[in-house]
Design a protein around this ligand. Structure first.
Ligand SMILES: O=P(O)(O)OC[C@H]1O[C@H](OP(=O)(O)OP(=O)(O)O)[C@H](O)[C@@H]1O
Ligand SMILES: O=C(O)c1cc(=O)[nH]c(=O)[nH]1
Ligand SMILES: [Mg+2]
Length: 193
């Protein structure tokens, strides 16, 4: 799939939101990709994840044992991408703020690919990589549907994105006046109890 085709799926689903958003990293942005509005359509999710699975096969040499995704946003694309790779999918979820593989056993040396929905700073992906390496997994790549950093994020393993879409994001103390004038929303789940 081309970058424009991927972005068009988000547009068609009404998932390209404009306003004032607080991201998982604490950065503020005038654009939010509300992936849940894509994932509510199984056929749109299938199109994206089949293409991501093909890109993973091209980019990651050797066998892959598991897909692992960070909850919540990574769950649906992780499952669907694993289906196209014909391998099992697991997820990490936050416990006391830290990602943990609470419901699954990870064999030592297992060859793992992370599937994320969106990468902005790479922090959530890096937390996932660290949690899995601490269990003895061999993390081969971090993959995502959309990389908002335009290739600049460092998730701690090679990054494979179905599409890059560079979007501005600002620290709280450096907001452009037109963004500061709008009420801020935080759509993601980091920090929720
Ligand atoms: O690269 P980063 O700067 O870490 O940002 C990207 C992360 O932010 C979102 O998750 P969020 O924590 O908002 O919660 P969600 O998965 O429930 O949407 C998204 O799903 C990624 O996990
Ligand atoms: O950085 C984020 O938290 C983020 C950005 C985005 O566009 N979409 C999303 O779900 N999370
Ligand atoms: Mg997430």
């Amino acid at each position: 799939m081309t970058r424009d085709e991927v972005l068009q799926v988000f547009r068609d689903a009404g998932a390209m939101l404009e306003g004032h958003f607080i991201l998982s990293s604490g950065l503020h942005s005038p654009v939010f990709l509300q992936k849940a509005r894509v994932f509510m359509y199984p056929e749109k999710t299938e199109i994206l994840c089949r293409a991501l699975a093909a890109k993973i096969r091209e980019s990651v040499p050797g066998p892959i044992d598991y897909v692992v995704s960070p909850a919540l946003g990574g769950l649906i694309p992780g499952y669907e991408t694993a289906r196209h790779l014909a391998i099992p999918a697991m997820w990490v979820e936050r416990e006391g703020g830290e990602f943990r593989l609470r419901r699954f056993e990870m064999p030592k040396g297992a060859r793992v690919v992370i599937v994320e929905d969106i990468v902005t700073t790479g922090l959530s992906s890096r937390e996932t990589v660290d949690a899995l390496r601490a269990l003895g997994a061999d993390v081969l790549a971090v993959t995502c549907l959309i990389d908002r950093s335009g290739g600049e994020a460092d998730p701690g393993a090679p990054l494979v994105a179905l599409a890059e879409y560079k979007v501005p994001a600002y620290p709280e103390d450096a907001l452009p006046p037109e963004l500061a004038a709008l009420p801020a929303m935080k759509p993601g789940s980091r920090g929720l109890t």
